[in-house]
Design a binder for this molecule. Structure first.
Ligand SMILES: [Zn+2]
Length: 149
């Protein structure tokens, strides 16, 4: 078993909804504004403490990817054919693919921040980085459809 990290929680539930008032996001320094789409989580950490937290919808996805990066998929044994398709990638390639997905998802946050701040040259740079990630993804099973829309 991997060593539990700060983000590890058990017996938890996650719900999507709308912020009823301004809050702090557990993931990023941007405030959650009233009316924004959020994910609420409550549960118990592995150290036995109850907690409730709130994330920007996209930030929750970022931290969920990070959790999965830290706890890579392990194929179930004895059930051939079960599980998600692996695109015939080696375990190493699958890890790399997952890391790229996380990077791309963080890039989305950075882009939104750059737009908010009007940093258009930074936005160009981030767009370029996104293209580079997509190029790498093509060699690792393909670019997710959701990235192209
Ligand atoms: Zn956030």
């Amino acid at each position: 078993m991997p060593e539990p990290t700060k983000q590890t929680y058990i017996n938890s539930g996650a719900w999507s909804g709308w912020a009823k008032r301004n809050r702090d996001c557990r993931e990023c320094p941007e405030p959650i504004l009233k009316g924004q789409e959020v994910i609420r989580v409550s549960g118990k950490t592995t150290t036995g403490r109850w907690f409730r937290s709130i994330w920007h919808f996209d930030c929750w996805v970022v931290q969920a990817h990070r959790y999965n990066d830290e706890h890579p998929y392990v194929a179930a044994t004895g059930h051939p054919g079960k599980g998600r398709p692996s695109f015939n990638l080696t375990p190493e390639q699958q890890l790399r693919r997952r890391a790229l997905i996380t990077r791309f998802s963080r890039l989305g946050d950075k882009k939104r921040a750059a737009i908010d701040l009007g940093l258009m040259s930074k936005l160009d740079y981030l767009q370029h980085e996104g293209q580079e990630i997509m190029k790498s993804m093509k060699e690792l099973g393909g670019v997710p459809k959701s990235w192209l829309g």
